[in-house]
Design a protein around this ligand. Structure first.
Ligand code: UDX
Length: 447
């Protein structure tokens, strides 16, 4: 099947590569010439396990092409994916200018029937907007060409994007035209082999499904973070509580890990966007507001522990930081807790020596050269002569460090762990003061 994907971001590139891999003939269109030229040379703009070989194999096989020529893109596919970004505007609403620009472009060039598929996370009502932008543009051309607009949100996770997309748990399709369902079934047939994963619904329900899923997951995390604060005050251990409640199959073990807050390109943006949508229709979304507020506070938890231990003035102090990315297996630092941590430490006069297995270039790009940030080549180098160790991301190789090396390198044996990686008793026995989320030394300090 001929497919066009507008927007070579996370979602667009992964979706395009996966569709090419199962045999479709895919062209990706982006306005960024540099990105397109780089992709043709095998330079992939994002770090994502398995993506580079997938893109290269399909590019070389001629099933995956890259271009900046929008007209070529519109002529190519009957399926026209919109996978451009929807960044938050000043008030937190999703900004649809890129989505509507693509809709206009499709309508400017289309000669025959097209199925326009919203893949970007867009507020409820966007499909209607896409439809009206396209109708107006066609009217301006004096053209009468049929088209359909479908909502087909993406649920992939960074760090597992290729496998999530290859083996989706569900394929949500929102449409008001039964006739396009067969086309979508053909498109997604290779992913439906063992059992049908397609969930058909009306367009608005599909649009809301994406926000509801992300907001539900964010709610689980903020709920656990709230309970971890209670555990701390009550002298309980959140990790025991987590196991205790996770064993109830109605609750389950996944996505109930407390920590120094959720980040990334989706949860903060989508929770905020659904809050704005609610407010615009006169509804106060009390749970969502709390989810956001708890998360904002949670990102200040490690700086608060640090100030409690060392005092408010951190001039002359140096902190080793392990983990810059918002989660492991990505180089993405959007809304990462590490950023709030570093910025708070800098404000109080401290320096940071940071290490992350993948996000070093990204940190350099965001913060440039500054005296109070040193990016170190290894996790051990980051410790050298630092006053304490702070952990913001649960990368695998942070889980079993050589504690003697850590202790010898630090001026004071103190660990501030935002991801609860260690057993408090064991690290205390090794002579560390250990602050973690909802347990350990933080508990003692409160009592
Ligand atoms: C998320 C959704 O999982 C995905 O379905 C959607 O398409 C996009 O948004 P992603 O942003 O890649 O994916 O990351 P995810 O793995 O969901 O983690 C988000 C944040 O939550 C991270 O900062 C992570 O550290 C945090 N988290 C996750 C917790 O603090 N505790 C948990 O139990 C799980």
């Amino acid at each position: 099947m001929k497919v066009t994907v507008f927007g070579i971001g996370y979602v667009g590139l992964v979706q395009a590569a996966v569709l090419a891999e199962v045999g479709h003939d895919v062209i990706c269109i982006d306005v960024d010439e540099n990105k397109v030229e780089n992709l043709k040379k095998g330079i992939i703009p994002i770090f994502e396990p398995g993506l580079t070989p997938l893109v290269m194999q399909n590019y070389e096989a001629g099933r995956l092409k890259f271009s900046t020529d929008a007209k070529e893109g519109v002529n190519h596919g009957i399926m026209q994916f919109i996978a451009v970004g929807t960044p938050p505007d000043e008030d937190g609403s999703a900004d649809l200018k890129y989505v509507t620009a693509v809709a206009r472009t499709i309508a400017e060039h289309m000669q025959g029937h097209k199925v326009v598929i919203d893949k970007s996370t867009v507020p409820v009502g966007t499909a209607d907007r896409v439809r009206s932008v396209m109708s107006e543009t066609l009217k301006g051309r004096n053209a009468s060409v049929a088209f359909d607009v479908v909502s087909n949100p993406e649920f992939l996770k960074e760090g597992a994007a290729v496998s999530d997309c290859m083996r989706p748990e569900r394929i949500v399709v929102g449409t008001d035209n039964e006739d396009v369902v067969d086309l979508l079934r053909e498109l997604y047939e290779p992913f439906n082999r063992n059992h049908d994963r397609m969930i058909l619904m009306d367009i608005r329900s599909a649009e809301l499904t994406k926000y509801a899923a992300n907001c539900m997951l964010a709610t689980k995390i903020s709920f656990m973070n709230e309970i971890s604060n209670l555990a701390e005050l009550l002298g309980a251990d959140i990790e025991k509580v987590r196991q205790g409640i996770g064993s109830d199959s109605r609750i389950g073990y996944s996505f109930i890990y407390p920590g120094c807050g959720y980040g990334g390109s989706c949860f903060p943006k989508d929770v905020q966007a659904l809050i704005r949508t609610s407010e615009q229709i006169g509804y106060t979304p009390r749970i969502l507001q709390a989810v956001e507020a708890v998360n904002d506070d949670q990102k200040l938890k490690l700086p608060a522990f640090i100030k409690r231990h060392f005092g408010d003035d951190l001039k002359g102090k140096t902190f080793a930081l392990w983990g810059l990315a918002f989660k492991p297996n990505t180089d993405d630092m959007r809304e990462a807790s590490s950023r709030v941590l570093m910025e708070t430490l800098w404000q109080a006069g401290a320096r940071v020596q940071a290490f992350d297995p993948e996000a070093m270039d990204e940190a350099q790009r965001i913060y440039g050269s500054r005296d109070d940030l040193q990016l170190m080549g290894t996790k051990e180098a980051a410790l050298h002569n630092a006053d304490a160790l702070v952990i913001c991301t649960e990368w695998k190789n942070f889980r079993v460090p050589d504690f003697d090396v850590v202790k010898n390198a630090l001026k004071e044996p103190v660990i501030f762990d935002g991801r609860n990686l260690y057993d408090p008793e064991r690290v205390s026995k090794r002579g560390f003061v250990y602050y973690a989320i909802g347990r350990g030394a933080s508990v003692k300090l409160h009592n």
